[in-house]
Ligand binder design. Structure first.
Ligand code: NDP
Length: 419
C-alpha cells in the first residue's frame, strides 16, 4: 500500500491518475499536484466515487525547488511521479533528493529557455563531442547518479511508451530471445485520425520541438545525424496498414546505446501523414516553432507557446480520435549460433482508450506505463539506489503488468525488416 504524488495534470497525467485509481491495492492514496489546481480538482471529482484510492489535490509550481521540497516533505509520499513537462525534471529531482523520496518520469530533461548562455555552452560542447543536436539528452539526469546512490534513492527515468516500454522490450528480447542483439528498430505508428487539419497528440511545444529536430541514429557506438525527415520508409503495421515513417532522433537510442553497447545499430521511426508534415514545415518556415521571445505590439511572446494556445488541447482529442496505434521494436541478432529476428509490439485502439479512461491512445500508451513504473518502484521490485532507465531492471514484471493493465503485447518471429 503506497502514497504517490503525481505532479502535472495534463493528458498523460490524467491516464496515469485513472490507472492508479484502478490499482487501489497498490496506490492507497494519491496526491495530484499541478500548476492549475482546478484541473486536479476536476480529476478528483471524476474519479473519487469510482475508486478506493484516496485522492488529494494541491496547487504547486514545480519550478520552485524550495516550496516543492517542503510540500513533498509534508506530504511524505513513497514516490513522486513527474508527468509535468521535461522542463521540470531537474527541479523535481532536486526536491526529491532534498525530501528523501524516489523519483519517476516519462521524458528526459530539456530546458525551456534554449537561449540560456550557461545551458547553451554545455549544449554546444555536447553537439560537437557526441554528434547529435537534439535539445534533450540524458546527461543532465545521469549526472544525478552519485547523489541518488548516496541518498539510497531510486530515480526511474522515461517510463512512458517510447521511451519506456520500448526499452523494456529491448531488455526482454535480450533476456529471453537473443544471445546477441545486432540491430534495434523502434517503430512508432499512430494510425489515428482526429479530424482536425493539424493537432499534436501530446504537449505541442514538446512534440513539435522533437519532430522538427534533425534525425539521428546510432551505428557502432557513434551518432549519425541527418536532416529532419530526410530518411523515409514504408511499413505495413498490424492493425493499421501501410504507413510512411520517418527517422527521428529519440531519447531511448541514447540510453540503449549506453546500456547495450553490443548492439550495432539503433534507429527510431515515427509515422506522419503528408498533411501533418506540410503544416509543420509551413509553421517552421514562418517562425511559429521559434522558442525565442519576440516583441508583438509591445508584448513579448514565444511563438511556439502562442501556437500551443491556438492548437487543440491534446487532452480534448479523445472523443474524436478513431483508429489504432502500433508501437514496438524489431530486433535482429543471434541465438544458439543462428540468426534470429523478432518484432515485439502493442496495438492500441483510440476509441477503446476513450471508453475506458476518457483519453486518446497516445496519452493512454504513456500514462499506463507511468503507473506501472511507479508501481514497480513503490512495491520494491524496481528499487535500487541510483538513476536508471527502464532497460536496466528485470523486464518480466513490467511485461506482465502491461498485459494486465491494458497494453497487451505480442512477439512475432521473422517480421518484415526495415531496410
Ligand atoms: P500537458 O501539457 O498535457 O500536461 C503538462 C502538465 O504539467 C499540465 O497539467 C501543466 O499545468 C503541468 N505543469 C507544467 N508546468 C508546471 C509547473 N511548473 N509546475 C507544476 N505543473 C506544471 O503534457 P502531456 O500530458 O502531453 O505530457 C506530459 C509529459 O509526458 C511530458 O513530459 C511529455 O514529454 C511526456 N510524454 C512522454 C511520452 C513517452 O512515451 N515517454 C509520450 C508523450 C508524452 P497546466 O495545466 O497549468 O498547463
Amino acid at each position: 500500500m503506497a502514497k504517490l504524488m503525481i505532479i502535472g495534470c495534463g493528458g498523460v497525467a490524467s491516464v496515469a491518475i485513472s490507472k492508479c485509481c484502478q490499482n487501489s491495492d497498490v496506490f492507497e492514496e494519491i496526491m495530484i499536484a499541478s500548476r492549475t489546481v482546478s484541473k486536479c480538482e476536476a480529476m478528483k471529482e471524476k474519479l473519487q466515487n469510482t475508486t478506493k484510492t484516496v485522492i488529494k489535490t494541491a496547487q504547486i509550481d514545480a519550478d520552485d525547488v524550495e516550496n516543492l521540497t517542503k510540500f513533498i516533505k509534508d506530504y511524505a509520499p513513497d514516490a513522486v511521479l513527474n508527468v509535468a513537462l521535461p522542463y521540470q525534471d531537474l527541479t523535481i529531482m532536486d526536491a526529491c533528493l532534498a525530501a528523501g523520496v524516489d523519483y519517476i518520469d516519462t521524458a528526459n530533461y530539456e530546458p525551456e529557455d534554449i537561449d540560456d548562455p550557461e545551458w547553451r555552452a554545455i549544449y554546444d560542447k555536447r553537439c560537437k563531442e557526441l554528434g547529435f543536436s537534439a535539445y534533450f539528452d540524458y546527461s543532465w539526469q545521469w549526472a544525478y547518479e552519485e547523489k541518488f546512490k548516496k541518498a539510497g534513492l531510486t530515480a526511474l527515468l522515461g517510463t512512458g511508451f517510447d521511451p519506456g516500454v520500448t526499452s523494456v522490450f529491448a531488455a526482454y528480447a535480450k533476456k529471453h530471445y537473443f544471445d546477441e542483439i545486432h540491430t534495434i528498430d523502434i517503430l512508432d505508428c499512430n494510425g489515428g485520425d482526429h479530424g482536425y487539419p493539424f493537432a499534436t497528440n501530446f504537449n505541442p511545444e514538446i512534440n513539435l520541438r522533437e519532430v522538427s529536430a534533425p534525425g539521428s541514429y546510432m551505428e557502432n557506438g557513434k551518432w549519425v545525424e541527418v536532416p529532419a525527415m530526410s530518411i523515409k520508409r514504408e511499413y505495413n503495421f498490424d492493425g493499421v496498414g501501410m504507413k510512411d515513417m520517418y527517422l527521428l532522433h529519440h531519447e531511448e537510442i541514447e540510453a540503449l546505446g549506453r546500456n547495450m553497447p553490443e548492439v550495432k545499430r539503433i534507429r527510431f521511426f515515427m509515422t506522419f501523414g503528408q498533411s501533418y508534415l506540410t503544416h509543420m514545415k509551413c509553421l517552421e518556415n514562418v517562425g511559429m516553432l521559434g522558442t525565442t521571445p519576440v516583441e508583438h505590439e509591445g508584448q513579448m511572446i514565444v511563438p511556439i507557446q502562442f501556437l500551443k494556445t491556438l492548437l487543440p488541447d491534446p487532452a480534448s482529442l479523445g472523443p474524436r480520435t478513431v483508429g489504432k496505434t502500433n508501437i514496438g521494436c524489431i530486433f535482429t541478432g543471434m541465438k544458439d549460433g543462428k540468426e534470429r529476428s523478432i518484432y515485439i509490439y502493442n496495438v492500441c485502439d483510440h476509441q477503446e482508450c476513450y471508453k475506458e479512461v476518457g483519453s486518446q491512445a497516445i496519452s493512454y500508451t504513456t500514462g499506463v506505463p507511468a503507473m506501472i513504473g511507479s508501481m514497480l518502484v513503490v512495491n520494491g521490485l524496481w528499487k535500487k539506489p541510483g538513476v536508471f532507465t527502464t532497460d536496466e531492471f528485470d523486464p518480466d514484471p513490467y511485461m506482465e503488468a502491461l498485459n494486465k493493465w491494458g497494453l497487451p503485447w505480442q512477439v512475432v518471429e521473422n517480421p518484415v525488416l526495415v531496410d
